[in-house]
Ligand binder design. Structure first.
Ligand code: CMP
Length: 165
């Protein structure tokens, strides 16, 4: 990223123009405007200009500087490079995690990559149920990092409990 300064009253972004940069405000305030109306005012530490970069669309709003303004600028090309690299790194991490799962050890790397691509991480606080006996199953879980208890209600018997690490 590099720093840029804008004088009061100038525009950092103009609505409907093509976007090539993402910004993070460092000093000063700015207004977000759409169709000439002010939607809000913000100060330092805010990221903006991400929509046109992420979704390859025209700028959805104008950003007008209220008082002398300093921003950090990131070029679209660098932003996209970072997104691609972090995406690839996440995929590699997921594949190597899946390789450590006994049930999947015989699958090819291609197949593991497809599963890794579809994986979603979910966090569960202590004490909650991940799934309940008798409910419809439409999700396959792989434990990454926790201890859990599996219980089963068997008619006429007490609860069966086992602990998994
Ligand atoms: P982008 O469309 O690239 O350029 C204008 C930016 O203004 C946009 O990305 C968002 O970062 C920001 N923006 C658009 N609409 C709003 C809104 N309603 N509230 C806050 N920020 C917005």
């Amino acid at each position: 990223m590099y720093q840029k300064e804008f004088p009061a009253g100038s525009y950092v972004i103009r609505e409907n123009e093509v976007g090539a940069h993402l910004f993070v405000s460092a000093e000063g305030d700015f207004e977000i405007m759409q169709d000439g109306k002010v939607l809000g005012r913000m100060g330092p530490g805010k990221a903006f200009g991400e929509l046109a970069i992420l979704y390859n669309c025209k700028r959805t709003a104008s950003i007008k500087v209220v008082n002398d303004f300093k921003v950090w600028v990131l070029d679209r090309r660098i932003f996209q490079l970072i997104m691609v690299r972090t995406g690839l790194q996440r995929l590699e991490d997921n594949i190597s995690f899946l390789r450590s799962v006994l049930l999947l050890e015989n699958l090819s790397t291609d197949l593991l990559a497809k599963i890794a691509d579809a994986l979603e991480v979910e966090f569960y606080p202590a004490g909650v149920h991940i799934l309940r006996q008798g409910t419809r199953g439409d999700t396959f879980f792989i434990i990454s990092n926790m201890n859990m208890r599996v219980t089963q209600r068997i008619p006429g018997k007490c609860c069966l409990i086992s602990n998994l690490n």
